[in-house]
Design a protein around this ligand. Structure first.
Ligand code: NAD
Length: 252
């Protein structure tokens, strides 16, 4: 199968699709022939992402919205808007996420709530909304972006790994619950990936991080997108409830 046929005729939503890993997934899905709706947090960043896509792929079937995903009503409204625009929703990628590094002693309770609101509640809200549409259509695929910290934890900023353990919990539980409706639910757990945050680090630091990774380098957004494409596509028709590590065998 050619990549350009893998998602032909399908419609996908990618949350946090304006930059980084999410933008990589949007680009890959367009290459695979899907209609794509990208969600971002602000009109300005959504417009910028759409402009960049249209400059490279003038025929791309793409739209952008910037709903607040932390509450069900607004998330649901945005997903209904995509369904009205394209007539179906086959794939949902819950990618939008924020991280934290504070120690427990400095961690503000409101910051813990904020991280849970986007990294966990938004995954629940978007999945609840999209699954209802997928069930009516006869099936679909949900891919959640977890993290290697959902396996190892991390030594500071406990809210971030806690949120990603919850993402894995939603993935495994919803896979069991929604299997009867032919909705597959999987997750990709990236290791350190070259997004803006990593690109801004000094070379020396990136080299130090890379030297601890068995494959000897950090991942590229496209490599995460390739794994998401596999799980979203019919090539993974018997894969559900999987947490796929894409981390060069990082052990931290
Ligand atoms: P990024 O910061 O480059 O992009 C985050 C995206 O989320 C942006 O599109 C932004 O618009 C969106 N977003 C942020 N706050 C939002 C909000 N309140 N509402 C809606 N959208 C919002 O991030 P990234 O590094 O590309 O990470 C994407 C996902 O991958 C996250 O879930 C992250 O936890 C996960 N991840 C990243 C890495 C890494 O090394 N970059 C490693 C493991 C997992």
């Amino acid at each position: 199968m050619n990549i350009s046929d893998m998602l032909e005729g399908k419609t996908a939503i990618v949350t946090g699709g304006t930059r980084g890993i999410g933008f990589g997934i949007v680009s890959k899905f367009l290459e695979a022939g899907a209609n794509v709706a990208l969600f971002g947090s602000r009109q300005e960043t959504v417009d910028k992402a759409l402009e960049k896509i249209r400059a490279e792929k003038p025929d791309a079937s793409v739209m952008g919205l910037f709903p607040s995903l932390e509450g069900f009503e607004e998330a649901n409204k945005a997903i209904q808007t995509v369904n009205e625009a394209y007539g179906q929703i086959d794939i949902l990628v819950n990618n939008a996420g924020i991280s934290a590094r504070e120690s427990l002693y400095d961690y503000k309770p409101e910051d813990f709530e904020k991280i849970m609101a986007l990294n966990v509640n938004a995954v629940f809200n978007c999945s609840k909304s999209a699954a209802a549409i997928m069930k009516q259509q006869g099936g679909g695929s949900i891919v959640n972006i977890s993290s290697m910290v959902s396996i190892y934890g991390q030594p500071a900023g406990c809210g971030y790994p806690a949120s990603k353990f919850a993402v894995n919990g939603l993935t495994k539980s919803l896979a069991r619950e929604l299997g009867k409706d032919q909705i597959r639910v999987n997750a990709v757990a990236p290791g350190v990936t070259r997004t803006d945050m990593v690109a801004a680090l000094p070379d020396e630091m990136v080299q130090r991080i890379s030297s601890t990774i068995p494959l000897g380098r950090v991942g590229e957004p496209e490599e995460i997108a390739n794994a998401v494409l596999f799980l979203a596509s019919d090539l993974a028709s018997y894969v559900t409830g999987a947490i796929l590590s894409v981390d060069g065998a990082t052990q931290v």
